[in-house]
Design a protein around this ligand. Structure first.
Ligand code: AMP
Length: 168
């Protein structure tokens, strides 16, 4: 299936979960074309030397775990506050619809990682994840998402390369 046909399986849901938000519903894409979608994300970068994929809870886990399995590399969970056992570090951030805190374990040792999420909106979640991975002594080589709503963020100017399959 072409990228354009894959894109047609993403549903725009207006006013969810709050008025004014156009929610990108990727569930039809996941149920119809999961493997192809994962391959599209994988094809965005050269994975040579990458040791782990860091997935952002919760939809980032879907992508990161599948990529880690496919490429036979490690998986690192970036989780919502209170889910990981200590020692962890935390970072608070604002969402397109609310506020949250993310945590990551500090037991890693300079692994070369790619951070993955489903959708980048304001970029708050991704920026917090980048800060966390830096503090956790991980070596960030890039960030990937299925969808980047780039009109909502200024991540174009980020020092870390950020790529997505679909950009709006
Ligand atoms: P942000 O921190 O604003 O970049 O928000 C990113 C997180 O919120 C991602 O983990 C997405 O799963 C979710 N998200 C934010 N906005 C949307 C949207 N319009 N459609 C789907 N998911 C969204």
């Amino acid at each position: 299936m072409s990228k354009l046909e894959l894109e047609k399986l993403i549903r725009d849901v207006p006013d969810f979960p709050k008025k004014g938000i156009i929610f990108k519903d990727i569930t039809p894409l996941l149920s119809d074309r999961f493997s192809e979608t994962i391959n599209e994300v994988i094809s965005l970068i050269d994975w040579d030397g990458i040791e782990c994929v860091a997935g952002i809870e919760s939809r980032g886990f879907i992508f990161a775990a599948a990529i880690a399995q496919k490429l036979d590399i490690g998986f690192i969970p970036i989780r919502k506050k209170g889910k990981l056992p200590p020692p962890v570090i935390s970072e608070s951030y604002s969402l397109e619809y609310g506020e949250d805190t993310l945590e990551v374990s500090t037991l890693y040792n300079k692994q070369k990682v790619i951070i993955v999420d489903d959708v980048i909106a304001t970029g708050g979640t991704l920026s917090a994840s980048i800060k966390l991975c830096n503090k956790a002594n991980l070596e960030i080589h890039g960030c990937l998402a299925l969808i980047n709503l780039s009109f909502l963020n200024d991540l174009k100017n980020s020092e870390i390369p950020i790529k997505s399959v679909f950009e709006y």
